[in-house]
Design a protein around this ligand. Structure first.
Ligand SMILES: *Cc1c(COP(=O)(O)O)cnc(C)c1O
Length: 397
C-alpha cells in the first residue's frame, strides 16, 4: 500500500485527536512553543510564571496562593498532590469508579496511607448518602475523587455536596480534574475543594508535559502541620512554591517552552471565555450523543446527567471489530479515538471532545467515518440517521 501522510511520523501528521487526550493544539500554542529558551531565573520568565499563576487561579476558580504548574503530566500532579497531603498511617478514602481513581489508591498506599475504597458501580458517580455512611463508619483525613473519570465517561456531578460532607467529618477533599478542567464547569473556592490538579493536554489544549495544581487553606494547614517530610523532594510543594513566589529560590529548571505554551493556552481560554468554552464542549457532546444513539449505538453511561461532555463512552456493537475499527479510523481518516480501559477493554470506545477538538465538524466527521467502517464490517447501523441527528443537534433542532 502506498505510504500516506498519516503514516510517517517525521511529517508530523495532522491527526484529529478524538481520544481521551491528548487533544488538538491551536496554532498559536505551537508558535508559543517555538519562542526562544530564556534562563529559568530570567525576570522575563518570572513574569510569565506570575501571569500563568494568575490565569490558573481564574481557571480553577480560586484565590489560593499555592497555585502553580509542575513539569510533569496529570499522573505526576496526582502523585504530587497525594504525597503532600498524606503522612504515613493516615486514613484515606478513595471514591472508586474507574481506572484513574484506582491509581489514586495505588499512590496513597505507597505514601503509607491506610486506604479504603468506596466502591461505586462503573458508569455511576459517588452518591453523597453513600459517602456520608462511609465517613460515619470510618473517619478519614483525606477523601480523593475524580471529577471526570476518563475510563467510564462519568462526571462527578455533586462535588459541592460531597465537599461539605468531607468537611463535616473532618476530612480534606482532593479532586482530579485532568479530563475536565477547562471543558466542564468547576469552581474550587465556591465548591470548597481543598486541593485540585489537572494536566495540560486534555481540555486546556496544550501539549502534554506541564501540570497545574492548587491547594487551599485546609490543605495548607495540613502541609504546615506535617510531622514527617514529604517523601518526594521534587514534588515537595513547600520547596517548589519558593520558586513560584517572590523568594524565587531555584528548585528545578523551569520548563520554559512548556510554560510559554501553557500561558498561550490560558490566554486563548480567556479570549473565548470560560463559560462559552464549557458551553461549546456541551454543545458538541450533545450532538455526538444524539448521533451515536440515532445510529443505533448504545452509550455506556445510562444517566444523561452523568455523561461527561469531554469524554463519551460508547459500547462496541455486536459484530464489530474493536481494534480494526480504531485502526481504520486512524489510518484512513487520520482520526484517533480510544479503546476501553481496564475491565471495559474491548467493550467500549472512548471518544474525546476536549479543548480545540470540541467542535461540531469533528463530531460529523467521526460519525460518518464510523458509520461507513461499521457498515463495511456488516454491522447494521443507521449511519445516515446518525449524521443527520448530530447535524440537527448542532443547529439547535
Ligand atoms: C489522563 C488522566 C490522568 C493522567 O494524566 P497523564 O497526563 O496521562 O499522566 C489522570 N486522571 C484522569 C482523570 C485522566 O483522564
Amino acid at each position: 500500500m502506498a505510504e500516506t501522510p498519516h503514516q510517517n511520523a517525521d511529517r508530523a501528521p495532522a491527526r484529529i485527536l478524538m481520544g481521551p487526550g491528548p487533544s488538538n493544539i491551536h496554532p498559536r500554542v505551537y508558535l508559543a512553543l517555538s519562542r526562544p529558551v530564556v534562563g529559568h531565573m530570567d525576570p522575563l520568565y518570572f513574569q510569565a510564571m506570575d501571569e500563568t499563576q494568575r490565569r490558573l487561579r481564574t481557571l480553577f476558580g480560586t484565590r489560593n496562593e499555592l497555585t502553580l504548574a509542575l513539569p510533569t503530566t496529570g499522573m505526576g500532579a496526582m502523585e504530587a498532590s497525594l504525597v503532600n497531603l498524606i503522612e504515613p498511617g493516615d486514613d484515606v478514602l478513595v471514591g472508586k469508579h474507574g481506572v484513574f481513581s484506582g491509581r489514586m489508591t495505588g499512590i496513597a498506599e505507597r505514601c503509607g496511607a491506610k486506604v479504603r475504597e468506596l466502591d461505586v458501580e462503573w458508569g455511576r458517580a459517588v452518591d453523597p448518602a453513600q459517602l456520608e455512611a462511609e465517613l460515619r463508619r470510618h473517619p478519614v483525613k483525606l477523601v480523593a475523587l475524580v471529577h471526570a473519570e476518563t475510563s467510564t465517561g462519568v462526571v462527578q456531578d455533586r462535588l459541592p455536596e460531597l465537599a461539605k460532607l468531607c468537611h463535616a467529618h473532618g476530612a480534606l477533599l482532593l479532586v482530579d480534574t485532568v479530563a475536565s478542567l477547562g471543558g466542564v464547569p468547576f469552581h474550587a473556592d465556591e465548591w470548597e475543594i481543598d486541593a485540585v490538579y489537572t494536566g495540560s493536554q486534555k481540555c486546556l489544549g496544550v501539549p502534554p508535559g506541564i501540570a497545574p495544581l492548587t491547594f487551599g487553606p485546609r490543605a495548607e494547614e495540613k502541609l504546615k502541620n506535617r510531622k514527617t517530610p514529604v517523601q518526594s523532594w521534587f514534588f515537595d510543594l513547600t520547596l517548589v512554591r519558593k520558586y513560584w513566589n517572590e523568594e524565587r529560590v531555584y528548585h528545578h529548571t523551569g520548563p520554559i517552552n512548556m510554560t510559554w505554551a501553557l500561558l498561550e493556552g490560558l490566554r486563548l481560554i480567556d479570549e473565548e471565555g470560560l463559560e462559552a468554552r464549557w458551553a461549546r464542549h456541551t454543545h458538541a457532546a450533545k450532538a455526538l450523543h444524539a448521533g451515536l444513539e440515532a445510529m443505533g449505538l448504545e452509550l455506556f453511561v445510562k444517566h444523561p446527567g452523568l455523561r461527561c461532555p469531554t469524554v463519551t463512552t460508547v459500547n462496541v456493537p455486536a459484530g464489530a471489530d474493536d481494534a480494526k475499527t480504531r485502526k481504520v479510523l486512524l489510518e484512513q481518516h487520520g482520526l484517533e479515538i480510544g479503546g476501553g480501559l481496564g475491565p471495559l477493554k474491548g467493550k467500549t470506545w472512548r471518544v474525546g471532545l476536549m479543548g480545540e477538538g470540541a467542535q461540531g465538524n469533528h463530531v460529523l466527521l467521526f460519525l460518518s467515518a464510523l458509520g461507513a467502517i461499521l457498515q463495511a464490517q456488516g454491522v447494521k447501523v443507521k449511519a445516515g440517521a446518525g449524521v443527520e441527528a448530530a447535524g440537527a443537534a448542532l443547529n439547535g433542532r
